[in-house]
Design a protein around this ligand. Structure first.
Ligand SMILES: C[S@@+](CC[C@H](N)C(=O)[O-])C[C@H]1O[C@@H](n2cnc3c(N)ncnc32)[C@H](O)[C@@H]1O
Length: 485
């Protein structure tokens, strides 16, 4: 795409601007905004920092001022509590090179992607204790916020059908420090057949023509073509129909895209309203971003300093859904019968005794108290006891507990990161900034302890070392290391 701006009257065939203008349909911009919109489309708006909820005061959802403001956080993102602009560097470094980022204090994402999270109340207590499905989850910009939002009594199933995208999702979920998640790799229709009527909230951040991503070089001009829009809309129809089936009566559906085309946005919502008992929800907090269709919200690059975004909120009419689902078994264990039939034979769900002793690494009795442990091949994973029965049967990946090399079991990196939540390490070593940076760069660090030790920085767990009483060998997996020096 070139930087040339085109007048609204330019309609020669094949021009991406006219295709874009056509695709906006009823959401078309007034002529006087068109040039600004086109110019803003080509600007890279940069990412914002979404703070982990543990750094936001629970009672008032006020930003914890401990060092965050001093680190030169910019203005807050108006549509999402706890997200801030940062102006390119923070604490003199790129945000992704800071110790706070390595420790999981914040995530970096486009401000527009926070619109969908605001629509489901992920920045409030609305989702606390909920069972949430993120149906199109990788790389996890939304799933990580959802995991934080459901807290210690909820659970998130992060589904991503494309295998090659699971690693990024797992990486980001591990950074949350929570064990209240599982990853599935299912086609949405298959998932809906297995888990009909289970979820309090389903988030569909749908694959789309990606018209907002052109400035970031992630999408070509082809994303503006009517053909591409039609192709995406057809896929969205299928995903949305599956999403509705996954909802329990009274549950909420969040639909979002990163495209402008009305056929992928408002028209999808309209279709769902007309063909199901879902009801659009007007959200007081998002009134400034209302679109032409009830329950729909938009951000524009020239108005809101972000790539642009669409989000909608629809709630399931409890009564209508109950009668629709009368033929289905009630909410509860029976629902999982079909999933149970497909029980994964690789799982050893309740090993008679561990082939390793997690008590060498953590003080909690992982087996008996809070977790079910599942061993698949060389990896031991865990599920909170209160999570639904179907979780191990559906999950492609779960929070890791340990892994085996040769005959030796070693603690998984994810276990060290959960030192915030369910896990208490037997041994920790507190390090200052310089040693933290050395550790996060993959180096050994001095340590007078022996055995497995969690390295902590400002009380935040960073990862494991195995120490011989003088030197701690670095066990931080490469993807979690800092690259900025
Ligand atoms: C817009 S991205 C999701 C971004 C993610 N929610 C986040 O916030 O980081 C859409 C995702 O949907 C996945 N996807 C592709 N086809 C799909 C399908 N048929 N059903 C569900 N998800 C699909 C893509 O692989 C991609 O990871």
């Amino acid at each position: 795409m070139t930087g040339n701006q085109t007048e609204p009257t330019d309609r020669e065939s094949g021009d991406w601007r006219s295709e874009l203008r056509d695709s906006l349909g009823v959401c078309g911009l007034p002529d006087q905004q068109w040039a600004d919109f086109l110019a803003a489309l080509e600007v890279n708006h940069g990412s914002v920092m979404r703070l982990h909820r543990r750094w936001i005061d629970d009672a008032k959802l006020q930003c914890d001022s401990d060092g965050l403001r001093a680190g030169h956080l910019g203005p807050p993102v108006p549509w999402y509590h706890g997200a801030f602009r940062h102006g390119g560097t923070w604490q003199g470094r790129r945000p992704a090179d800071t110790l706070r980022y390595a420790a999981g204090d914040f995530f970096l994402q486009d401000a527009g992607s926070l619109l969908a999270l605001a629509a489901c109340g992920a920045d409030t207590d609305e989702l606390a204790g909920s069972l949430v499905c993120d149906l199109c989850a990788s790389p996890g910009g939304k799933a990580t916020a959802l995991v934080e939002a459901v807290g210690e009594s909820g659970f998130v199933l992060a589904n991503e059908p494309i295998r090659s995208r699971l690693a990024a999702l797992e990486f980001n979920l591990t950074r949350t420090g929570s064990d209240r998640w599982a990853i599935s790799q299912k086609d949405p229709e298959d998932l809906a057949s297995q888990l009909t009527g289970q979820f309090d909230c389903v988030v569909v951040d749908a694959p789309c023509s990606g018209q907002t991503l052109v400035a970031r070089g992630k999408q070509s001009e082809g994303s503006f073509s009517a053909r591409q829009v039609r192709h995406s809309a057809a896929r969205q129809n299928r995903i949305l129909d599956a999403a509705v089936r996954l909802l329990r009566p009274g549950g909420k559906l969040i639909y979002s895209t990163c495209t402008f085309a009305v056929d992928e946005n408002e028209a999808q919502v309209q279709r769902i309203v007309e063909t199901t008992s879902m009801v659009p929800v007007q959200l007081e907090a998002l009134q400034d971003y209302r679109s032409v269709t009830d329950g729909c919200y938009r951000l524009w690059p020239h108005l809101h300093d972000c790539a642009g975004a669409f989000a909608a909120r629809l709630d399931a009419d409890g009564d209508a859904m109950s009668s629709r689902d009368e033929a289905s078994p009630p909410h509860g264990r029976d629902r999982f019968s079909s999933a149970k039939r497909h029980k994964n034979r690789r799982d050893r769900l309740r090993p008679r005794r561990f082939e390793f002793d997690p008590g060498d690494w953590i003080t909690d009795d992982v087996a008996g108290l809070h977790q079910r442990t599942i061993i698949r091949g060389d990896v031991a994973m865990c599920v909170p006891l209160e999570a639904p029965d179907w979780v191990p049967l559906i999950a492609a990946k779960l929070p890791e507990l340990a892994y085996c090399t040769g005959k030796t079991w070693k603690p998984a990196h994810g276990l060290s990161r959960r030192a915030f939540a369910s896990v208490t390490p037997v041994q920790t070593i507190q390090v200052d900034d310089a040693r933290a940076r050395r550790y996060l760069s993959g180096n050994v660090i001095d340590c007078a302890l022996r055995g497995w030790v969690v390295v902590t920085w400002q009380d935040r767990p960073l990862g494991w070392i195995k120490s011989n009483g003088s030197t701690g060998k670095n066990h931080l997996p490469v993807p979690y290391r800092l690259t900025g020096g």
